[in-house]
Design a protein around this ligand. Structure first.
Ligand code: GLU
Length: 571
């Protein structure tokens, strides 16, 4: 075969050489040990927790080493394009604090290694494809779907390995004249890699994976497609060309790519390029009863990143939690360094799990409680306000079609954004309740939960959740509430206020102190705690709460009286 002529025949429009591109994208001028990583989402608009998990690895590797983290949009698959998806991806990652140094950013493409949209790199891939043809390492294949199916059928019959390889690869045999005739007849073709590997007696190779250690893999013997009929590359080819030219040092990607690693290694070798360090991350799993299973897009709303934004999880909490599942020694480090910024943790891929990472929403919620308790109230208030503006600004909710647990936050009705803006002082005090001091209350998880938790402060959002305690006889409710209302003076300080509750309790036959009751339970109907529980239920529809006096103080006289009167009227 006259490969040079074939290359010219297939790619007459390509005049640049591989050296031109090597010069245009020179090795990066970075310090020794600096890592270059990238995220390569396809623009489907769906970005999930697994992507974020991987993106964190990229981000940490790059920024921890003074390297570069860039965003490349892998838009080679036309069918999977969704309008506005790139913006959605960048916004989503940005929300969780992942900042790119270069690539397809919102403010436009940034960096000297672009374009960062693969479709715009068609000529680059074709140039490298042309070079492979010149070397006798790639060839055009005219087999259509029908022929491929026929080959598959015969392979099945003979129990042969499926695929386009060895003697099955019939277009390997075409002569230059045959190819020329087909091209002239306008027959479409794909470009295939001419694999030097053999199925039987072919070797295997060892490779060091950043997460999994030494892997032993069979060498590739498939003539995989490099360019599709439209001249756009497959993932395999685009990955190799781009990650070489963009000078990626570490390729962090999902384990679903592990099986095609031999193809990528063969391609890097065909070009004579050094391999990047591959880091194949594991899938995220969850417990279902006794069993672990993969998180699924269909069944698990928590796989979607939107879930966390809509529920109003603080990005710092999600980051903190992801680090705990990313590196097995993170929690220990955090205990020893409670106040240190997470960026100081020495992250390594070796400490990552290689057999399925367990994602646990309850654990995230616990981490979130610990994270929120460290966020000062003014900052937390701003966060709530932003969330309300984004998701609860009143009016028609464009996302109301969402279903499943993700829609739970939608049950919150009304214009929270205006409410929060108007009630800033009140909210600041609410958020401050019991959150300072040596034993702060840790019960705030995320915005939707915080709002439900404190909704009793706002008449239009108030729904009583619990009724009066069964230990108090129904005929005592009225006297307790009446007596309380009669003595209520908003000017009382906490101890004056509590003294009044104690006397009310004694008057009605309840012990003024729980201890007294415990000593002689036969003498009393109950104790002061029962009385204050009745007051709590009347005031906020809950049996337990933070400091009752403070809650009343925040509510103010008018609201307290209104609630009490309403509760009395309902008896
Ligand atoms: N576009 C690929 C994906 O979405 C990227 C894989 C990679 O990072 O190499 O899975």
């Amino acid at each position: 075969m006259d490969w040079k002529t074939l290359a010219e025949l297939l790619f007459p429009h390509i005049s640049k050489t591989r050296e031109d591109y090597e010069k245009a994208y020179p090795p990066r001028a970075l310090a020794e040990g600096a890592r270059v990583t990238r995220l390569g989402p396809s623009p489907t608009g769906f970005i999930h927790l697994g992507n974020l998990y991987g993106a964190f690895v990229d981000e940490r590797l790059a920024h921890q080493s003074g390297g570069v983290f860039f965003l490349r949009i892998e838009d080679t698959d036309e069918k999977r394009q969704v309008e506005g998806a790139v913006e959605a991806v960048v916004h989503s990652l940005d929300y969780f604090g992942l900042r790119f140094d270069e690539g397809a950013l919102l403010e436009g493409e940034t960096g000297a290694y672009g374009p960062y949209f693969q479709r715009q790199r068609a000529e680059i891939y074709q140039c490298f494809a042309k070079w492979l043809v010149e070397q006798g390492k790639a060839y055009p294949c005219f087999c259509g779907e029908e022929e491929l199916q026929e080959i598959r059928g015969r392979q099945e019959e003979r129990k042969a390995t499926p695929g386009y390889h060895g003697s099955w690869a019939r277009c390997r045999e075409l002569t230059l004249e045959e190819i020329r005739a087909r091209l002239e007849a306008g027959q479409p073709f794909v470009l295939r890699f001419l694999s030097g590997g053999r199925e039987h007696g072919g070797g295997s190779f060892e490779i060091e994976d950043g997460v999994r250690g030494t892997l032993s893999m069979p060498e590739n013997f498939q003539d995989v497609v490099l360019l599709k009929q439209n001249g756009i590359p497959t993932y395999h080819f685009a990955h190799v060309v781009d990650d070489h030219l963009m000078r990626t040092t570490h390729v962090v990607r999902g384990e679903e790519w592990l099986s095609s690693l031999p193809i990528h290694v063969a391609l890097f070798e065909a070009f004579g390029w050094p391999l990047p360090v591959y880091c194949h991350t594991t899938v995220l799993m969850k417990m279902e009863g006794e069993n672990k299973r993969k998180l699924s897009k269909r069944k698990d709303p928590e796989l979607s990143l939107n879930y966390y934004r809509r529920q109003g999880y603080h990005p710092a909490a999600v980051r903190e939690y992801l680090l705990t599942i990313l590196n097995s020694n993170y929690e220990e480090w955090r205990m020893a360094n409670p106040e240190a910024p997470a960026e100081e943790f020495p992250f390594t891929t070796e400490k990552m799990s290689s057999s399925g990472t367990l994602f646990d929403l309850d654990k995230l919620n616990d981490v979130s409680k610990d994270t929120l308790v460290r966020i000062p109230s003014p900052e937390l208030y701003e966060f709530l306000l932003e969330w309300a503006r984004e998701y609860h600004g009143g009016g028609e909710d464009p996302r109301k079609e969402e279903t499943g647990p993700e829609a739970a936050a939608l049950e919150i009705r009304g214009d929270l954004a205006s409410l929060f803006a108007a009630e800033k002082e009140k909210l600041l005090r609410i958020l401050d309740m019991d959150r300072t001091g040596p034993k702060p209350r840790k019960d705030l998880v995320c915005c939707s939960q915080i709002f439900r938790h404190i909704s009793y402060f706002f008449d239009e959002h108030y729904t009583p959740l619990e009724g009066y305690p069964e230990t108090v006889p129904p005929e005592d409710l009225k006297p307790i509430l009446q007596g309380y209302l009669a003595a209520y003076d908003p000017a009382d300080n906490q101890s004056a206020w509590f003294d009044k509750i104690r006397s009310l309790a004694s008057e009605l036959g309840y012990a003024a102190k729980p201890k007294e009751y415990q000593k002689n339970p036969e003498l009393y109907k109950g104790h002061v705690g029962d009385v204050s529980t009745v007051i709590r239920v009347a005031l906020m529809g809950r049996r337990s709460s933070p400091n009752l006096w403070e809650i009343q103080d925040i509510m103010g006289e008018a609201q307290v009286r209104r609630r009490m009167e309403k509760a009395l009227a309902a008896l």
